[in-house]
Design a protein around this ligand. Structure first.
Ligand code: SAM
Length: 410
């Protein structure tokens, strides 16, 4: 039994390094670990991995207080967050055991820092004897969201960080006029599979809404440009099963997941959407969903790890702008485009929309959208910022565009 617990910790520790140092996605890392049959039933693995990431922003910035403000190498930060989290939270791991295991795990090149690390570990627990109930998010994240959504919303939103989000299930009962979903506290694997087999779509309302806003209608030719893992493609097909949908994804592994989900209900293309768009006949597409890759700040409740790397990573806006411009050519006159991102980073939302409107005359922006109840958004530059205060878990930003009719090439 003791050996098993240590194995768990080894796996989580290595997973944490992959996420923090190599920038890998938590879900991919976890899936990788859990895909091994011997690990599948080990609930402590996701608990520990997710827990360390959720408390990263409380523990990591405080570490420097004990080393005269000097930043520690990232390997040592990981080691400290990992063992402090265990000392705080894991009843099965006494503090002395966490401390001694941490000391044994110090990488050889940092052996000279043994005393420093030990001091940081002990002094941290002395000064901060308990973890805050509500995990703390980085200051820059909080102030950026406060600027756009107000402090009351941010407080309420952050308080949900400690809760398990509900599972939202969309069935074909919805329509173009209303958004219909059911909410569950939990669904086990077989219940999920049953629902998926019934044709239900399980996803966050913010995600579904992007597809809903496109208002797909019968026989329309539609492109979903950044499509994996396929939630919005599934939603488009649920709203209107007779569309001619092509779903594009740049990453091979994700394109495979997409293909598995969509089967023959859509054409799945494994390609860079920018290149793929070059080969599409000009003016041949009725509507485009561009759920662009983004900084994902709005998904912090589910993906705290994204914030570790994404503060500086606002240059996604260069790719987002290119995708918007290239998509323009493929659309027919009067064709529609929904741009959505799960972030509130201004460079990828308001500023991007404003720059597009200033520098590029081809699109008209639709400012008269109505948010379907019970969701709630606020007007935000040329788009809308969805605030998951009533339902949902992610902050999203949407912009609805129509290709201006030039009397030309339809
Ligand atoms: C926000 S996720 C899309 C989520 C998806 N729309 C859904 O609802 O399930 C963005 C996706 O775009 C893909 N991507 C990034 N750059 C791309 C590009 N140039 N062409 C096509 N796909 C791209 C990423 O690999 C990622 O899977």
């Amino acid at each position: 039994m003791a050996a098993r617990v240590e194995d768990d910790r080894e796996l989580v520790y290595r997973g944490l390094q992959r996420i923090v140092v190599q920038g890998e996605d938590r879900e991919a890392v976890l899936q990788d670990i859990l895909s091994r049959p011997e690990n599948q039933e080990r609930a402590s693995l996701p608990f520990m991995l997710y827990g360390c990431l959720r408390h990263w922003y409380y523990i990591e910035p405080r570490l420097t207080e004990f080393v005269r403000g000097k930043p520690l190498p990232v390997e040592l930060q990981i080691l400290l967050v990992f063992y402090l989290f265990q000392a705080f939270v894991m009843d099965s791991v006494p503090v002395y055991a966490a401390r001694s295991e941490m000391m044994n795990r110090i990488p050889r090149k940092f052996k000279g820092l043994k005393g420093v690390l030990d001091g940081v570990f002990q002094n941290f627990l002395r000064k901060y004897p308990v973890l805050p109930e509500m995990p703390i998010l980085p200051k820059w994240w909080e102030s950026s969201l406060t600027k756009q959504a107000g402090s009351e919303f941010v407080l309420e939103f952050s308080s949900r960080f400690a809760q398990t989000p509900p599972v939202y299930v969309f069935s074909a009962m919805g329509s173009r006029e209303t958004l219909h979903f059911e909410k569950y506290t939990q669904l086990d694997k077989s219940e999920r599979n049953q629902k998926i087999q019934n044709g239900d779509v399980i996803c966050d309302p913010a995600s579904y809404l992007a597809a809903w806003l496109l208002k797909p209608t019968s026989d329309e030719v539609i492109l979903d440009l950044c499509a994996a893992p396929g939630n919005k493609s599934m939603a488009l097909l649920q709203i209107c099963p007779t569309i001619k949908l092509t779903s594009v994804e740049i990453q091979l592994a994700r394109a495979k997941i997409l293909k598995d989900r969509l089967k023959d209900r859509a054409t799945v293309v494994h390609a860079d959407a920018l290149e793929m768009l070059d080969s599409v006949d000009e003016g041949s597409v009725d509507a485009i969903l561009l759920d662009a890759p983004c900084s994902a700040w709005g998904t912090a409740l589910l993906h705290p790890e994204y914030l570790i790397h994404k503060q500086a990573n606002q240059n996604e806006s260069v790719l987002q702008m290119k995708l918007l411009r290239n998509a323009f050519k493929a659309l027919r006159n009067g064709g529609r485009l929904i741009y959505s991102v799960c972030t509130f980073c201004e460079a990828e939302t308001v500023k991007l929309g404003q720059a597009l409107m200033t520098d590029f005359q081809g699109f008209e922006v639709n400012r008269d959208l109505v948010c379907p109840a019970p969701l709630k958004w606020i007007s935000s530059g040329p788009g809308y910022l969805l605030l998951p205060s009533l339902e949902g878990s992610s902050v999203f930003w949407y912009m609805s565009l129509t290709k201006k009719c030039t009397g030309g090439d339809e």
